[in-house]
Ligand binder design. Sequence first.
Ligand SMILES: Cc1cc2nc3c(=O)[nH]c(=O)nc-3n(C[C@H](O)[C@H](O)[C@H](O)COP(=O)(O)OP(=O)(O)OC[C@H]3O[C@@H](n4cnc5c(N)ncnc54)[C@H](O)[C@@H]3O)c2cc1C
Length: 496
Amino acid sequence: MNAPTPNQAFSAARQREVAAALDRILPDGSVLFNEEDTRPYECDGLTAYRQLPMVVALPQTEEQVIAILKACRELQVPIVPRGAGTGLSGGAMPIADGVVLSTARFNRILKLDPYARTAVVQPGVRNLAISEAASAHGLYYAPDPSSQIACSIGGNVAENSGGVHCLKYGLTVHNVLKVRMVTTEGEVVELGGESLDAPGLDLLAVFIGSEGMLGVVTEVTVKLVPKPQLARVIMASFDDVAKGGDAVANVIAAGIIPAGLEMMDKTSSRMVEPFVNAGYDTDAEAILLCESDGTPEEVEDEIGRMAEVLRASGATAIAVSENEAERLKFWSGRKNAFPAAGRISPDYYCMDGTIPRKQLGLVLNSIADMEQRFGLRCANVFHAGDGNLHPLILFDANQPGEFERAEAFGAAILELCVEVGGTITGEHGVGIEKINSMCVQFAPEEREAFFAVKRAFDPAFLLNPDKAIPSLHRCAEYGKMHVQRGLVKFPDLPRF
Ligand SMILES: Cc1cc2nc3c(=O)[nH]c(=O)nc-3n(C[C@H](O)[C@H](O)[C@H](O)COP(=O)(O)OP(=O)(O)OC[C@H]3O[C@@H](n4cnc5c(N)ncnc54)[C@H](O)[C@@H]3O)c2cc1C
């Protein structure tokens, strides 16, 4: 072992003690503590928030994970599990005096059973790698976050990730049969089972989406579904975002569940068109992409019915992909929207909230008003069928005050989501990013119930502490900072 780098957040002796304990468990080169080695782990996809970890551990087996967790418990060191670090809410951001447990090397597909249509994989396996492996059997793993080329299944389980196809095929929670995980006590627990339902309380559903706070995932059994024979997509233009929003609600109300139903506003289509040349109508206020998949007969029937609803909802133009290349071209802009934001703005802040579909028009118009109020532009490109918004707030971090305004803009959007009956998260999780917004959505009693679940799995409060569930104190502070319409939130709480 080399001499560890001293760091202001903890003593060199403490770092040495923890690194030495982990070094006894793991193979050479699996414990990182020098600053140049730990720097890549200082943030996830939410790069505005950074923290260098004290130590990084890179296990490759479940036995090693158990030993790491036992050692950390003995030494009372907080642990932050980490997959690929693509999370957008700071869930994998390190804790200053803690250990990051990275699953980057814990990444093998253990079993693929085409008859049972399941795959058993280690947590560090990339989402897309599962579909690539299943492809030879005509199968794939349905949940498809736009980050699927990089993000890991362990991270997907922790965030209950979604994607374009989740409207029809369900989120991670609907596509995972079983999870093996290790608690901070070093106990291995299996949640769920091989069949569709498991006896007892549904702890698998509690665990999926728990943001690395209840246990470390060591194995995941996923469902695989047959690849559809055919997929086609409609691109529909609207001269008003509210009409586009109503069209989304009308498609679902007509009893159609498209394989994907996404919306882009004019800012987004103008941002992305020069980047991908997808043929988007850049004069339209909103574009909808509505996909149908299945047998050729099913697709023809569904495309016809969707086109009818879209026309009746006021679509000004409709184009239908004629072949696979054209279908991929139509999707290319949607898939590349985040990187394209870099063409028109030095920085962007991707929000994630969910609203009832029927409120889409109202909320999009309110966001347009907020652009004036906060003096920042916002592009909207999102999973409209799920009512899952992804406003991209454009700002320049080098301009004093712009990041703070972007944060306030984001918080205002989330509050609006709650006001119209929605939630402050869709698929990116709470992490540290939306922890204050949890104070808006949940009453103290509800937050205490969340803490009770956490305590049941992690009594020592060592696993990803201070993420996702805000303390009473934090909410009191946020209530103080956040006086709305002359009213202080949480008036019953003591003010310091
Ligand atoms: C360009 C881009 C597009 C995106 N598009 C989507 C999208 O369409 N849909 C969507 O849902 N998300 C999307 N995301 C967000 C992100 O990719 C997902 O949240 C993803 O599931 C994170 O996986 P990860 O492996 O990177 O996890 P990380 O970022 O490393 O971690 C995420 C959370 O999971 C926990 N965790 C990781 N591994 C484990 C484990 N083994 N055991 C317990 N906890 C663990 C961490 O502690 C953290 O709380 C996008 C991100 C980017 C950058």
